[in-house]
Design a protein around this ligand. Structure first.
Ligand code: NAI
Ligand code: 4PL
Length: 249
């Protein structure tokens, strides 16, 4: 069996559910050993167990991106079993952060969203870098809402814009270590976290795509696998929208 990620050890944050779970699973299917991290301890244990039952090599760690001590402790534990070959910065506050316009938005929620989505991505990347082998790839999961400016989702949109900009800056620094870092910008994808999104919003996306219709997690995994693999070995600092060709204006 030859997989795109044979023998690589890949860390995926936010892997208990949603897109992160699909990224973890597809990395495992491509031959990787996967380190699944999430704040949801119970769901993480169940998800890791379900993949182990399918014969995959999975480690799982509880982590809180809002707590730098938790991040450093998790990566110290990961380091005990050796180096890593890739990282997917997928965890983010993506649920319960929208629906309010900018006038009514709660400043404390703004702080939490920025803290987890932006600072958390930096702190995780910082903790991972000493463990990453030369040639490794990092994938930051942004969102196409940052490209077209989804309304009533302001803090989230701002946080993803920051992730995109941070990716470009980090690429220049990490290039010195021969580590690549890129971002993807998925469109609205059908997962538990987006079930609350009103039907009209789903319709707007689905009708606005060059490839019309619903976006599933399976539509996003290929881009992550490619960016983690040696096939993208000269690609860094880039943003790849993975949204079926959503038309922005
Ligand atoms: N579903 C969608 O339509 C889209 C999602 N995205 C992005 O994809 C990524 C995954 O989101 P979904 O699967 O949709 O949502 P989700 O809410 O199911 O997944 C997010 C995961 O991150 C974890 N997480 C949240 N806060 C954390 C913290 N402080 N520490 C550690 N883990 C934490 C959650 O427990 C959860 O498992 C996010 O970065 C999201 O912004 C981007 C574009 C579209
Ligand atoms: C929470 C949330 N709500 C709506 C949307 C997204 C999202 O993550 C997204 O990325 O595109 C639209």
């Amino acid at each position: 069996m030859h997989g795109l990620l044979d023998g690589k050890r890949i860390v995926v944050t936010g892997a208990a559910r949603g897109l992160g779970f699909h990224f973890a699973k597809s990395c495992a299917e491509q031959g990787a050993m996967v380190v699944m991290c999430d704040i949801l301890a119970g769901e993480l244990a169940e998800s890791a167990h379900s993949l182990r039952e399918q014969g995959y090599r999975i480690e799982d760690y509880v982590i809180d991106l809002a707590d730098s001590a938790s991040i450093d402790a998790t990566f110290a534990a990961i380091a005990e079993s050796g180096a890593i070959d890739g990282l997917v910065n997928n965890a983010a506050m993506a649920t319960g952060v929208g629906g309010k316009n900018m006038i009514d938005y709660d400043p404390d929620l703004w702080d939490r969203v920025m803290n987890v989505n932006v600072k958390g991505t930096w702190l995780v990347t910082r903790a991972a870098v000493p463990l990453l082998r030369e040639g490794s790839g990092i994938v930051n999961v942004a969102s196409d809402t940052a490209l077209w400016g989804a309304p009533r989702l302001m803090a989230y949109v701002a946080s993803k814009g920051a992730v995109i900009a941070m990716t470009r800056s980090m690429a220049r620094e990490l290039g010195e270590k021969r580590i690549r870092i890129n971002a993807i910008a998925p469109g609205l994808t059908r997962v538990e976290a987006t079930e609350y999104v009103p039907a009209e919003r789903h319709q707007l996306y689905e009708n606005g795509r060059a490839l019309a219709g619903a976006q599933q997690p399976e539509d996003v995994t290929g881009s992550v696998l490619w960016l983690l693999s040696d096939l993208s070995g000269f690609v860094t600092g880039q943003l790849i929208p993975v949204n079926g060709g959503f038309i922005f204006n």
